[in-house]
Design a protein around this ligand. Structure first.
Ligand code: ATP
Ligand code: MG
Length: 267
């Protein structure tokens, strides 16, 4: 039985993909699930904000080239989940992967996760922004569930639509992941008193982007947790951001949730 795979994505940078990945991983781990976060970003945000000591020969880059397995390179963290790290060499590995005309590269990550069998129950993919689309494609094609993350503002919501369109291609007749479940768009860093936030619901509707009932408030503590090299769930367990990510984990497991009520400027 292979792990359930949840990908966080938006082609737009800085939307809290990495914070969502590490926080949701911590929330699943609190429930006793065997969780692994794969850092699919050459800017290695997950590895950086969690202070992972990275062996440059044992990263996701070597894994997608078939040199190591996920199970053998997963790094345990003190928070009950493991991490497959990345370095900036992931760009080179991705180019080598797509340059190999003898294989179908789009499904390589999914196959690696399947090969890991029941080593993990949940795999979380932190995908990178932009780039040439190779790594986002690897992530979307490996996912069971796709959570699009977006700061409720004009550009990120438009990029959420672009990300939704990529998911549509993956699910389409020539796609590689017909069974992909698009969970919806998670609004992050939400500040309800801003006009951008108030406009975002109508904007999402106009763009055809489904908004999730859970949203993540803005909190300066989110940044502090990263500086302290730990997930916000352990750094500030009762912070509204931590509570919202626990609710997201429950939602992904099929629990019914009340729509989160966002309070402006949570410290
Ligand atoms: N709820 C929040 N409140 C306040 N700051 C936040 C929140 N979520 C994330 N941040 C901060 O916003 C910045 C961007 O977050 P993060 O790195 O998770 O985004 P990203 O989408 O992974 O970015 P990139 O596209 O560069 O990988 C970070 O400094 C992070 O600490
Ligand atoms: Mg990131």
């Amino acid at each position: 039985m292979s792990a359930r795979v949840v990908a966080f994505a938006n082609v737009k940078g800085g939307c809290a993909k990495t914070l969502s990945s590490t926080s949701t991983a911590a929330a699943f781990a609190e429930r006793g699930l065997k969780v692994c976060v794969i850092d699919l970003d050459p800017q290695h945000g997950v590895s950086t904000v969690l202070g992972i000591a990275v062996d440059p020969n044992r990263t996701i880059g070597e894994a997608i080239l078939g040199q190591v397995t996920l199970a053998e390179i997963a790094v345990e963290t003190p928070w009950g989940f493991s991490v497959i790290p990345a370095t900036r060499n992931l760009n080179l590995a991705a180019a080598m992967l797509t340059g190999n005309r003898m294989i179908q590269w789009q499904t390589v990550l999914r196959e690696l996760i399947e090969e890991a069998g029941d080593t993990f129950e949940i795999v979380i993919l932190d995908t990178p922004p932009g780039g040439d689309g190779t790594l986002i494609s690897l992530g979307i094609n490996a996912a069971d569930d796709l959570v699009i993350v977006a700061v409720p503002d004009l550009a990120p919501m438009e990029h959420a639509k672009e990300t939704l369109d990529l998911a549509g291609l993956a699910k389409g007749p020539r796609g590689f992941n017909r069974d992909l479940n698009v969970v919806g768009c998670l609004r992050t860093m939400a500040q309800p008193l801003t006009k951008a936030y108030r406009n975002s619901t109508a904007l999402a509707e106009a763009l055809g982007v489904p908004i999730l009932p859970i949203e993540i408030p803005y909190s300066t503590t989110a940044r502090d947790a990263a500086l302290d090299l730990q997930p916000i769930l352990t750094y500030a367990p009762t912070n509204a951001v931590s509570t919202a990510y626990r609710a997201l984990a429950g939602f992904l497991l099929g629990e019914s949730v009340e729509a989160t009520e966002i309070v402006e400027a949570v410290a």
